[in-house]
Design a protein around this ligand. Sequence first.
Ligand code: ARG
Ligand code: ZN
Length: 885
Amino acid sequence: QLIRREDYTAPAYWIRSVDLTFELDPAKTLVINRMQVERNADQPAQPLRLHGEDITVTRVLVNGDSVSFRHEDGQLVIDTLPDTPFSLEIRNICAPDKNTKLSGLYQSGGGLFTQCEAEGFRRITYFLDRPDVMAVYTVTLRASKAAYPVLLSNGNLVEQGELPNGKHFAKWHDPFPKPSYLFALVAADLVAREQHIRTRSGKDHLLQVYVRRGDLEKTEHAMNSLIASVVWDEARFKLPLDLERFMIVAVGDFNMGAMENKGLNIFNTKFVLATPATATDVDYAGIESVVGHEYFHNWTGNRITCRDWFQLSLKEGLTVFRDQEFSMDMTGSATARAVKRIEDVRQLRQIQFPEDAGSMAHPVRPDSYVEINNFYTATVYEKGAEVVRMMQTLVGRDGFARGMTLYFERFDGQAVTCDDFAQSIADANPDSELARQLPQFKRWYSQAGTPRLASRGRFDAPTRTYTLSLEQHGLPSPGQSEKEPYVIPVAMGLVGRDGRAIPLQLEGEAEASGTERVLVLNQPRNFYTFVNVDVEPVPSLLRGFSAPVVLNDHLADADLLVLLQHDPDPFNRWEAGQRLALNRLLAAIGSDEPLVLDAGFTDALRAVLRHPELDAAFKDLTLTLPSETYLAEQLQVVDPQKIHAARESMKLQLAQALRDDWAWAFEQHQVAGGYSPDAVSAGKRSLANLSLSMLCLASAADGDTVWPGRAFQRFKDAGNMTDRLGALSALTGSHAELAAPALERFHALFKGDALVIDKWFALQATTPEKNGLVFERAKQLLKHPDFSLKNPNRARSLISALCMNNPAAFHRADGAGHAFWADRIVELDGINPQLAARMARVMDRWAALAEPYRTSAHAALQRVAAKADLSNDVREIIGRALQQV
Ligand code: ARG
Ligand code: ZN
């Protein structure tokens, strides 16, 4: 059943406060739910319909008297109710130990945890489980003291004590009204790292990070990240911590990354636990950004929440934007900021662009859904963040801060819409392009698909003018055949062939103003004429990736080489290098001619690698070839094997052509001393690791044994996980015979550490495919005693790693990869539909596959579709995929 945005109506009743008592027991938890309810006078009188799922009601009392009720469409319906506010008491039972969906109240590692967003609260008790119903919660938890020594819920601890029979209790009160999706409880045997901080207002706060016994020494980075987040939000947006106590709890079984429950964030262990020996630089960065993200939700999400789930990007797009800014501000240098931006854009292109071009394409503010969990997507999150970023670009950084202030003045404590947010930013900046063009700008919220932007430049020597034409068009997407023009901010500059930045003066302007500006394209096509231009420049467009579009700037290799060498914008400098590689790869894929690298290209990359001033992290990104997924994105018909072959061939030639340079880079970028996850050290490590894998690759081709030997030694001696995994992956990618004992050793060394064993599975599943062996190994790993579909991290480490991140191992001519996928989806659907639906997404773009892959993908999809009692989650994904022909 399709839910439509246009069908929104306010609730017929309000729940103002709720008092919950839990008798916690894994097999049979009793919930006593006492609500203060009143009719919403704006709505016609009607029965009260409460959501409930997989729970058993035992009694219903209104103002203390039992009343009759009925079940209809999965809801509990009470027909006769007083006209005046009334108390409603419901008692019900749920079974956390049977809850394999990990939504609602569930068991993990002997503890009890909750996940309520989006619609998990109804799996705990009957309620108006929608975000526009906000109540004040008081929660009493009662449980065995031995099994569950720690009892947590939202807000402040008001009382705790002993009970008969070895039980104890804790009572929590959250003073802030909140929607049910922000409710949380934890009952488990945990320990906490604690830190007191004083915020600017002079108030004291207690920060806590709860983990299982034995993991405490892995929480330092998470705590540091939390402290930094509190400080940052107060400094950058004047948003203080509003609770006496702020808790993070780590749990090993979790569907997503983390959850921003008020005052009680619950996290996937992956985004909490880290030591240098067990976590990589990427993990450290992930922890910082996710801790920031969830903390920032306290204002953008919790204090102001969503009116309905179609508005999800109101909190997610904005909060991703905030966590991206936070991570950039934490780096401390301009290049490191650019590196973070490049990484974010790479992610957007890798995941969101394909999404926008496939069966699941949807606007940032979707118009309909079957299962809301399917719309926690890269479009809502990452493209949503780009939309917020464009607003900031259009009104400036200060203007954006003013807009945020107005947003909180207007809507603090309310459940609102994306329109309310955009209006606040515009109203606080009445003279901005955003205010002038707001209705058109908001097409970014309503139109799906990645817009195409084409540019052509014409230099006219006699008049010393340079005319730039910018042309946009939108591609059709499911349910939207026509697209209206967007408002596209194009940050740009003109670069002379000698590297000089040319002053920008548009026709009609009295003088030049600066060497960089933002052109605001709002027509299908706009022309811009720059005057006083002496020599033909190279246009550098969409600097910093100022809009989420696909740009075709028609630049020749010679122009791209100028930008790679001279562009003052590091993003576009990186982009020029990627484009040079992309052009060559696409030519090879399209022609069946073997790819032969030209000296112009390898020399340019060598110059970057050897550059005396560029950051190691920037070099690493520039010398990393565009991914197979990104390449597939550029093609009408996708042949994953050809893409893989072309990319592997380019990688090998680059490894060989730059052999001495890689060796130099490897030696030059060793990090001495103890481990620190800062951006500079991490950049050096990643460039050293890239160099090492290139050296091993070149060695495999010519039989040299020195570098693989060094890699093996480094794997054994490494002082941190980044270097250890880097060396191991250099071996798995080139020397299977050395990789095998190394993998065995790695497993033995880390067998007790779930997050590291996840890496062990993922590394094997993402090894570059050769002769089908990687796929065969992945299939064997399904039977490994450590493998389980029930743990989401473990399931992802093998299944998603193979099907999503290793296209050449997955899309096989014999169709075995697709059959493997279908089997796993069917199996997982019976356990955890939300996770199964996510993994089903690898087939979004099946219709673009070349034969024979297309036919076997279609058959696999039909096999999943034919499963009896398929979940709504998976049915929606498969159904949309099969609508493509
Ligand atoms: N709000 C969480 C976050 O972005 C994600 C929760 C998603 N949960 C889900 N079941 N879809 O941090
Ligand atoms: Zn979020």
